[in-house]
Design a protein around this ligand. Structure first.
Ligand SMILES: Nc1ncnc2c1ncn2[C@@H]1O[C@H](COP(=O)(O)OP(=O)(O)O)[C@@H](O)[C@H]1O
Ligand SMILES: [Mg+2]
Length: 244
């Protein structure tokens, strides 16, 4: 699979009535009730919603970490419901960069090795050089040989972002990426994701409960009780104006 060809699939993300329902004790719990959403290459979208509104469940569906129990999820032209486990694995490798809320760095690998792992998984033959290049772009060129425990929370998050970006995949998903970070570092992270969207034509989706963070988006999708409450374009605020 070549990521570059995926960018020509439009929309890159296409959900129709997609939901994730759990049967628990004879009752149906709708972690995600029903969502219809399309996102194209080059869009910087914030999914805003309170805790428990279904943000992580939605992101996991878009990231092919889970499959819908109702409706359809089509990512870069691939319908998850019709995909085998091997197809889903390939989709995650070649189409999606996932930035987890808790970073999920490998403690025994250096910053550079963590990032390189992202390139290796995606099958980049130039993973070593690419990893160094992306580490430089997130401002950690001089921390390449440090282990995660030798880095601050913000630096660890930047390594996690570099790992998600090194594959050059067309969809980048971030679950509350600024959650644990101080304001200054959070703004740097958002600026970085914003730049990637506009320079590489990546579709970037950030989920957050923080209304202030949503102001940086080109588009804000509000989620409430597993449904989209509103979906509107947004004039991105100057990062310097943000406060949280
Ligand atoms: N595996 C699961 N089994 C049962 N309920 C779940 C599961 N995952 C999430 N939920 C429930 O679905 C709702 C949405 O969860 P989640 O997507 O994690 O929300 P958010 O990320 O917006 O806080 C919550 O009420 C949560 O408890
Ligand atoms: Mg969540």
């Amino acid at each position: 699979m070549e990521s570059d060809t995926a960018r020509t699939v439009d929309p890159l993300i296409d959900l129709r009535g997609a939901g994730r329902h759990y049967e628990i004790g004879g009752r149906t719990l709708k972690a995600l009730d029903e969502v219809s959403l399309t996102v194209s290459a080059g869009e910087f979208v914030v999914i805003l919603g309170p805790s428990g509104s279904g943000k992580t469940t939605l992101l996991n569906l878009i990231g092919a970490l889970d499959t819908p129990t109702v409706g359809s999820v089509v990512i870069a032209g691939e319908d998850l419901a019709e995909s085998s486990r091997a197809d889903l694995f390939a989709l995650r490798r070649h189409r999606i960069g996932f930035i987890f809320q808790t970073f999920n760095l490998f403690p025994g690998l250096t910053a550079l090795e963590n990032v390189r792992f992202g390139g290796d998984i995606a099958g980049r033959s130039d993973a070593a050089e690419a990893a160094m290049g992306v580490l430089g772009r997130v401002g950690l060129g001089d921390r390449a040989d440090h282990f995660p425990h030798e880095l601050s929370g913000g630096e660890q998050q930047r390594v996690a972002i570099a790992r998600a970006l090194v594959a050059g995949n067309p969809v980048v998903l971030a679950d509350e990426p600024t959650g644990e970070l101080d304001f200054q570092t959070g703004v740097q992270i958002l600026e970085l994701l914003h730049e990637v969207t506009h320079t590489a034509g990546t579709a970037v989706l950030i989920v957050t409960h923080n209304r202030e963070i949503a102001r940086v988006a080109d588009r804000i999708v509000e989620l409430s009780s597993g449904r989209i409450e509103s979906d509107r374009p947004n004039e991105p605020a100057d990062m310097a104006e943000l406060h949280w």
